[in-house]
Design a binder for this molecule. Structure first.
Ligand code: PHE
Length: 357
């Protein structure tokens, strides 16, 4: 480097300075700087290179000192060449400095931190419950039936002994289509469709899982939910058959320790009718249990012996039967400990799923 400066001063002293020789020297200085920069690996290298080239006693400073020897007409250009080089050095060093800092951050990451939990796909709790319910009833010899979600008034209400002026219609307000059909409010219309389809061939032993709709929306009611209907029709069917089937089912679904209770109730399409309760997970011991509100029991289904009017509407005679209907969301919420039905649907579902499954 010494020689480089030396030759410059020699030339200018001889008064034959030309700007291109300054350019050449700066170019050589730049090449040298570039190669030194490319082998720089740490902070110390940066400060060393900085003071060597643009420091107070650096090489560039030596060149600046020569400026007074340069003819006036050329000084401005010479100054610009040197200043450009200075700026170039500063920028390059700054770039390298931030690159080194970034690298340091990368290396300082804590690789012993536990990894993020992966979020794998799995079945919706309603699907899990539906599959399990179906499996238990299939073991008891029930066949799976289905019916349309857009249903005719006849199947959803009238054939089930709910004529147009019946007050039970108020409790099952729903969504009506312009052509007079409606979104079914329960799976019971499948009872009618299954009996029509089988034209009296006995026994009829079906379950009908599916989606149903009502004008509801709160912590325990959704406008769209699922039910599983059951229907058993034969020459002779007793209410104890109904009790036996449901007790067997609930013990299989919730565990053998579950107690099942039948309470007299009313449905237009069954007579007599009953509400089915199961013992709460709290065992009935906790007065402030949020699930059963201290009652010790939870209502999970409706059931009863098929009403003679229902058989009449499909032209069946001399037969007996039982029917039941259960809400799948309710069963899933009890089984998986979910407190708000709205968690199962809508935008919160993903967050909910991460917490529960
Ligand atoms: N369909 C009734 C409901 O949705 C339940 C039910 C089904 C009751 C079959 C009795 C027999 O509330």
């Amino acid at each position: 480097m010494q020689s480089l400066i030396g030759s410059l001063s020699f030339k200018t002293m001889g008064n034959d300075f030309d700007i291109s020789s300054l350019e050449n020297k700066v170019k050589r200085l730049k090449d040298e700087f570039d190669s030194e920069l490319s082998s720089a690996k740490e902070e110390q290298d940066i400060s060393r290179i900085k003071s060597k080239y643009i420091g107070k006693k650096g090489l560039l400073q030596d060149l600046f000192k020569l400026i007074p020897q340069i003819p006036e007409s050329e000084r401005k250009l010479a100054g610009k060449i040197l200043n450009d080089f200075k700026q170039y050095v500063e920028e390059k060093l700054e770039d390298l400095k931030s690159a080194l800092e970034r690298k340091q951050v990368e290396f300082s990451e804590d690789i012993t931190l536990p990894g993020r939990r992966s979020f794998s796909a799995n079945l919706h709790p309603i699907t899990v419950a539906l599959r399990e319910i179906t499996e238990i009833f299939e073991k008891m010899g029930f066949e799976v039936e289905s019916g349309p979600e857009m249903e005719e008034d006849w199947y959803n209400f009238t054939a089930l002994n709910i004529p147009p002026d019946h007050p039970a219609r108020d409790m099952q307000d729903t969504f009506y289509l312009e052509d007079g059909r409606l979104l079914r409010t329960h799976t019971s219309p499948v009872q009618i469709r299954a009996m029509e389809k089988r034209k009296g061939v006995l026994p009829i032993k079906i379950i009908a899982p599916g989606r149903v709709f009502r004008r509801d929306w709160d912590a325990t009611h959704s406008p769209v939910f699922h039910q599983v209907e059951g229907l058993f029709v034969d020459k002779k069917v007793k209410m104890s058959d109904l009790f036996g089937v449901l007790e067997f089912f609930f013990k299989k679904f919730f565990g053998e320790g579950t107690r099942v209770r039948f309470r007299p109730s009313y449905f237009p399409f069954t007579e007599p009718s009953a509400e089915v309760d199961i013992s709460c997970v709290c065992g009935g011991k906790s007065k402030d249990c949020k699930v059963c509100k201290g009652s010790g029991f939870l209502e999970v289904a409706g059931c009863g012996m098929v009403h003679p009017e229902v058989f009449r509407s499909v032209g069946y005679e001399g037969v007996q039967g039982f029917a039941f209907g259960m809400g799948v969301e309710r069963l899933a919420m009890i089984k998986f400990g979910i407190s708000d039905i709205r968690l199962l649907f809508g935008e919160n579902y993903i967050a909910f799923k991460k917490t529960f499954f």
